[in-house]
Each structure stands twice: as structure tokens, then as C-alpha cells.
Write a protein that binds this ligand. Structure first.
Ligand code: ADP
Length: 735
């Protein structure tokens, strides 16, 4: 009964007062609300869920039955007790039918009323509890359902996750398997690279590995050519006929791969130009990768398949990884080949060196034998002037036993023998040929007289000496070769003596003969005898003989140093003109002369310079065709005055020029074209000597348009130079 609350509705104020009090006495915990009319009661009932309602039936306005009906509508579980008046039996039955819990007759039997109210309240509270429990049960059931639904969802999600995990596990296993396969491929490629160093075998083995790994129908390896401008197909499976073909870099996909340094996939080869000859006939799709060594492209590897779109990104990656190993392998093979090549070359070079050493040995032995057997003396020294070699002739010359020269110096030799120059003057230490050569000088045919101190034997030698240089030009020694000319010199002197005597002896009778011939000719001419012409011919022959004898006399004068000059200041212009006139008169040839108008004064021996000019001019006539003219030109330079005589003859062969001014030298193959064939090869020698005695020069040059020009040059004396008159060149022609 605790906390129970009831509503009492009655229009009877006394009852409303008395009944709650009575109830309070019996049921002290019961709360009793009162209300004197039905509408107010309904409002409260809407607000408060009473445990029981007690209402009078008879009330003004809405009566108890109407109230009951409304209470049922809004609070169907709340028990309602109706109070009926005496004799209202019918009403009571109506009330029960209308759903009233009980009815109480007036006057109210308090016990009964209390008991009925208590039951009603209890029942209400019980029904409330039941209701509450039902609600609790429903809530519990709902929460259980909720939990079941949640668990079910969780289970479904868990299942899905499990499936996903399983799928992921399968996928991971697949990937692991593929990765393992790829690793195996790469391992095989690496193994192949390590086990094959021969390039040919290596290439075919690598091709086979890559073909298997990428299920390719065609595989090809292309390597950069030597110039780096193109790729050459080096090996292939399926495209063997293309091996050796070259593809220019950058011109198509493969070239571009090499340039871009990235793998490349072509899904349909019919959409790109033909890459390698014959490739499109064998494959529809392609994957290719560059062969890189330290980011340097050395080639390209490509795989082709018959199906279109046969290659994936993974395939391209696999090929790229394989390509890295292949590139390294190829590079190793190349290095290996280079090393092999270098070793082969080294072997060949060693053999060649050995061969050369043997040859050199033979040559050295040969040379040694030749040097030993030579009649000329050979002297060799090192840079410190220690004798390293003396042949037999040299040892004999020094009066030494063979092989005794070891350890000697050049200075020691100077003590064993006296050395003098050709003119008999003692040879200074600095002029010893080997020492000159050690200073870098080369000397030829130096006439030296050597006298053995011990025996007093005198030998005349022509010594030539030269430095010995290594490849860089450093002097590493010196060599001198001596020729014994003692006997030759003696004969030469005898010959000169003979020539001198013979020419002197010939000159006098020739002069008388010439005089007699002249007198006889003149007489015969006066007598009108035709024989005069014979005597004229005789005279010319005597003149030619005179010329020859004069040449021979000049030679002996030169050799004996007796060629004296009578120098005077002369006009060279006039001298030239005179010589030309004489020669043209004698030969009937024409000469173009180019002479200055004024005199050119030079200190000279007029006879000797005339002799030189005559010799050169007569040679020009002698050796050039008669219909060709000869030119004589006189020119003055700052220091010299030059006379150049130019002809249109054969010219002088270059190889002969060095010998042209030697005694008795005549150029072979040059024929006399005009005049007599007289000539001993002395004229130019004598001319050379005469020019040298004048401090002048004579030389020859060939003309660009044929023929030779002989030039003589005389120095202008200092005094003459200072007053030199400006030249006026006259281009005149005289015949
Ligand atoms: P030679 O008495 O023989 O002329 P030279 O000493 O005058 O003697 O000349 C020597 C040689 O030089 C000649 O024999 C001749 O072969 C050659 N020579 C000289 N002058 C000329 C020239 N003007 N053209 C061609 N050859 C020449």
C-alpha cells in the first residue's frame, strides 16, 4: 500500500471531508486526492496515474458512469469504485457492466469499502508490476534481439574479413611464387653471366634464359656499334637472318629505348614501323629494355610474342632487371676479350721483340765483323769521351794491340799520336774529331796528319766524325771514321806536278805555233791562196788547246796556292759588255743583255773575272740549242753586284748540283749542243776558286721554265757601297 494514491470524486462536501480522514485512519500511507466534479477529475486523472478512483454515481453535470467510461478510455487499467445511493441497484449493475471494479452503497460500510479499496489498490499495483515486468521483458527481448542482430552482423563481417584474408593470402602466395620464379630467372641469368666468358656462347645462353622467362617467340640482343651511331643485331632466337643488320640510333622504337634508357612495351607491332627486319612476321607484341653499364647504354634486348598485348608492366620490369645483369655480363665478357686480346698482343709483341733481339744480335755481329774487317779506322766513344770501340785498322793506326783500347780516353789517344791539320799546323784539343762530334758537330773528310809518337810513322788521313744520338736527340756518344789517304795524296801530288810541268812545257811551243800559224795565214791570204782557210782552222785548234793548257795551268796554280789576283777598280758593266761581244763574235750566237747604263765599279781582277764570265757564257752556248738565246743580267743589291747568265738548255739535275764545282766533274748525260766538244770539267772549278779568291760566290739554279741560271756575285767594297749610284736598268737586246 506504500506510496499508493487514490482520487475521490464526489459533489458531497461532507463526504469529501469525512472519507479521506477515515481512510487515513485505516490506511495511513494512502494519499487521497479529492475533487468535487467529474471534469476536474478527468483532468487530474490525465495527469496522475492513480492506483484507484472512487466516484459518486450521482453528480451534477457528468455523472459517475460517464466518468467511468472516460476513465476507461484514458486509464483502462485503473480500478474505479462507484458509490451508489440506497435503492440504486440497477445503477450498480450498470456500473459493473460499465467496467467498474466494485460499487459501495451508501451509507458506506467502511470495512467493506476499505477492504475493496485495498484490494483495488493492490490489484492495480500488481497489474502495474506485471505491466512493468512485461515491459522489462519486452525491453530485454528487444535488447537480446538487438544483440543477436549485432552478433550476426559481426559474424558476417568476420566471415567476409576471413574470406578477404584468405584471398589476400592466396594472392600473396601467388606473388611470392612469381617473385621466386623471377628471382630464379635472374639467378640463372647471373649464373650464366658468371660461367660464360666467351661472348658468343654467353649471348646464346642468355637469349635462351630470357626466352624461357618471358615466354617469348623471338628474342634479340642488339649492341652499340663502334662509332656509337647505331645498334647491330648481335644474336637472336627466331630472327637469325637479321643478325648483323644495323639500326641507326633514335630512328625507331629500339633506337629510342637506347636513347631514353627505359623499358618499352609495344602491344601491337603493326602500329609501329618495322623495327628489326623480319620482326613483324614473327611477333605481334614486344617488350624491350636497354642494356646499361654504369648508366652508359651498350645495347638493347627485346622479346617478341605472337599474341598482341602479351606483355605486362611486370614483364617489362623483369626484362629490365635481367637486362642489367646481361649488360654487366656482356661488359665483363668484353673486358675479358680485351684482356685476352691484350695478352695475345703482348705475346705477339714479346715474340716480335725476341725475334728483333735475335735479328739485332745477328746484325750487331755482322756489323761488328764488317767494322773489324774495314780498311778504314773506326773510333767510337761514350759521352764522357771514353773509347768504347776501336776496330783493327784504328788500333793499328795508333800502334795498339787489338783489344787494348779498353778504358782509354780520347785524351789518352792524343798522347799516343801527334795530330796535325792538313796544312801541317798542330791540331788543337778542341778540334779532335771525336770531341767535335761530342759537341754535336759533324765533320767530313777533314785532312789530318797523324804521327805515332813511339815509332814516328806518319799517316795522312781523311777523318769524318759525327755525334751518336738517341731517339730523343740526346748525344750518347761519337763516332769517327778515318781513311788512310797517304798513298792517294802522294799520287795526287805526282799528278799535279806532272800537270804543272806538262802544261808549262806545252804552253811555250803552243804560243810559238800560234804565232807561226798567224804569220803563215796572213801571207797566204795576201797571196790569195785558198789554203789560208786551213791555217785559220789550225789557229782555232791551237786556241782551244791553249785554253785547255791554261785550265791545266790554273789547276796547278790553284793546288799550289799560286793563283795570284791583280785587283783593280774596274767597271763591271763594261767588262760584261766586252765578254759578250767577244763571245757573240766567236760563236755567232745572240745574247739578251740587261745592263745598267752607268758604270758599276768593283775591285776585281779583270782577266780572271772575264775568264769566269767567258766560261759560264760559253757553257750556256755549249749546252743549249743553237736557236735559243742566252740572257746576261747585271744587278746591284745592297752588298753585292750580281751577274746572272740564263740559258734554255737541259738544266742541271738536282742530284748533280753538289758536285758541279768539283775538279774534272762533268754531268753525265748532258751533251754538248754547239761548238767543239772540248771540256775537261775544269771551267766551273776554276771559276769557283776565282770567285772565292774575290770574296764572291758562284751558284746555279734551274729555271722554272727550263734551262739553268749561273750567277756570280762580287762583294761591293765598303767605300764603293757608300757612294753607290742608283741603278737604272735598261732592257736592251744585242745580237
Ligand atoms: P766543261 O769543260 O766540261 O764544260 P765545266 O766545269 O765548265 O767543264 O762544266 C762542268 C759540267 O757542267 C759540264 O761538263 C756540263 O756537264 C755541266 N754544265 C756546265 N754548264 C752547263 C749549262 N749551262 N747547262 C747544262 N750543263 C752545264
Amino acid at each position: 500500500m506504500s506510496g499508493a494514491r487514490v482520487l475521490l470524486v464526489d459533489d458531497d462536501a461532507a463526504l469529501l471531508q469525512a472519507l479521506p480522514e477515515a481512510l487515513h485512519l485505516r490506511l495511513p500511507e494512502l494519499v487521497v486526492d479529492t475533487c468535487d466534479e467529474a471534469l476536474e477529475a478527468l483532468r487530474r486523472i490525465a495527469e496522475v496515474d492513480y492506483d484507484a478512483i472512487i466516484s459518486d454515481i450521482k453528480m451534477p453535470g457528468m455523472d459517475g458512469l460517464a466518468l467511468l467510461e472516460r476513465v476507461h478510455a484514458i486509464r483502462p487499467s485503473t480500478p474505479t469504485l462507484l458509490i451508489t445511493g440506497h435503492g440504486e441497484h440497477e445503477l450498480a449493475i450498470q456500473a459493473l457492466r460499465g467496467g467498474a471494479y466494485d460499487f459501495v452503497k451508501k451509507p458506506i460500510d467502511r470495512d467493506y469499502f476499505m477492504a475493496s479499496l485495498a484490494r483495488a489498490v493492490q490489484m492495480r499495483q500488481l497489474s502495474r508490476q506485471v505491466e512493468q515486468q512485461r515491459l522489462d521483458l519486452e525491453r530485454h527481448a528487444a535488447s537480446l534481439e538487438q544483440k543477436v542482430a549485432e552478433r550476426t552482423l559481426e559474424l558476417v563481417a568476420a566471415n567476409r574479413a576471413k574470406d578477404k584474408l584468405l584471398r589476400q593470402r592466396d594472392q600473396a602466395l601467388d606473388e611470392a611464387r612469381v617473385a621466386a620464379e623471377r628471382l630464379q630467372v635472374l639467378q640463372h641469368v647471373t649464373d650464366t653471366a658468371l660461367t660464360h666468358l666467351d661472348l658468343h656462347n654467353l649471348l646464346s645462353e642468355l637469349l635462351a634464359r630470357v626466352q624461357g622467362a618471358l615466354r617469348a617467340d623471338v628474342v634479340a640482343i642488339l649492341l652499340l656499334n663502334g662509332t656509337g651511331t647505331g645498334l647491330r643485331v648481335r644474336a637472336s632466337i627466331g630472327l637469325e637472318q637479321a643478325v648483323g643488320e644495323e639500326i641507326a640510333l633514335g630512328t625507331d622504337v629500339i633506337g629510342q629505348i637506347a636513347e631514353r634508357r627505359q623499358p618499352y612495351i609495344v602491344d601491337d607491332l603493326t602500329e609501329v614501323p618495322e623495327l628489326i627486319p623480319g620482326l613483324r612476321a614473327q611477333a605481334r607484341s614486344l617488350v624491350a629494355a636497354p642494356l646499361l653499364v654504369e648508366s652508359r647504354v651498350i645495347g638493347v634486348i627485346c622479346c617478341g610474342a605472337r599474341a598482341t598485348g602479351a606483355y605486362t608492366h611486370d614483364d617489362a620490369q623483369l626484362l629490365r632487371l635481367a637486362a642489367d645483369r646481361i649488360a654487366l655480363a656482356l661488359d665483363h665478357a668484353r673486358l675479358y676479350q680485351e684482356v685476352q686480346e691484350a695478352m695475345r698482343e703482348q705475346r705477339v709483341a714479346r715474340l716480335r721483340v725476341e725475334e728483333l733481339a735475335t735479328q739485332l744480335g745477328h746484325q750487331a755481329a755482322e756489323l761488328g765483323a764488317i767494322i773489324e774487317a774495314m780498311a778504314d779506322g773506326v773510333f767510337v766513344c761514350d759521352p764522357s769521351a771514353h773509347i768504347t770501340r776501336l776496330n783493327k785498322a784504328a788500333s793499328t793506326l795508333l800502334g795498339l794491340p787489338v783489344g787494348a783500347a779498353a778504358g782509354l780516353t780520347v785524351a789518352d789517344i792524343g798522347e799516343m799520336v801527334q795530330l796535325r791539320a792538313g796544312d801541317g799546323e798542330p791540331l788543337a784539343q778542341a778540334d779532335i774529331p771525336l770531341l767535335c762530334a761530342l759537341r754535336g758537330e759533324t765533320r767530313t773528310d777533314l785532312l789530318t796528319v797523324i804521327t805515332q809518337v813511339r815509332t814516328g810513322t806518319e799517316v795522312r788521313l781523311r777523318i769524318s766524325s759525327a755525334p751518336i744520338r738517341d731517339q730523343r736527340g740526346n748525344i750518347v756518344g761519337a763516332v769517327a771514321v778515318s781513311r788512310d789517304v797517304t798513298e792517294l795524296d802522294r799520287l795526287e801530288r805526282q799528278k799535279d806536278e806532272f800537270l804543272s810541268v806538262a802544261s808549262h812545257e806545252l804552253k811555250t811551243p803552243l804560243t810559238s805555233l800560234k804565232g807561226l800559224a798567224q804569220i803563215t795565214r796572213r801571207r797566204l791570204e795576201r797571196g790569195g791562196h785558198t789554203e789560208a782557210a786551213h791555217l785559220a782552222g789550225m789557229e782555232r785548234a791551237i786556241v782551244r788547246m791553249e785554253l785547255l793548257v791554261n785550265d791545266l795551268l790554273d789547276i796547278s796554280r790553284i793546288e799550289s796556292g799560286k793563283l795570284a789576283l791583280r785587283t783593280e777598280r774596274e767597271d763591271l758593266t763594261a767588262l760584261c759588255r766586252q765578254v759578250v761581244e767577244e763571245q757573240t763574235a766567236a760563236t755567232n750566237r745572240s745574247v739578251h743583255i740587261d745592263l745598267p747604263a752607268e758604270a758599276i765599279l768593283v775591285d776585281l781582277d779583270a782577266d780572271r773575272i772575264s775568264q769566269v764570265l767567258t766560261n759560264v757564257l760559253s757553257n750556256a752556248f755549249k749546252y743549249s740549242p743553237t736557236d735559243q738565246s742566252v740572257t746576261l743580267r747585271l744587278q746591284q743589291t745592297a752588298d753585292e753586284v750580281r751577274v746572272a747568265i740564263t740559258d734554255r738548255g737541259p738544266g742541271i739535275p738536282k742530284a748533280e748540283m753538289p758536285y758541279l764545282f768539283e775538279r774534272f766533274y762533268r754531268v753525265p748525260g748532258i751533251d754538248v749542243q754547239a761548238g767543239s766538244g772540248v771540256g775537261l770539267g775544269l771551267g766551273l772549278y776554276i771559276s769557283h776558286e776565282i770567285m772565292e779568291r774575290h770574296g764572291g760566290r758562284i751558284w746555279v739554279e734551274n729555271n722554272l721554265d727550263g734551262g739553268a741560271t749561273f750567277t756570280i756575285a762580287l762583294p761591293m767594297t765598303a767605300r764603293l757601297r757608300s757612294v753607290s749610284i742608283p741603278l737604272k736598268v735598261i732592257n736592251s737586246t744585242q745580237g
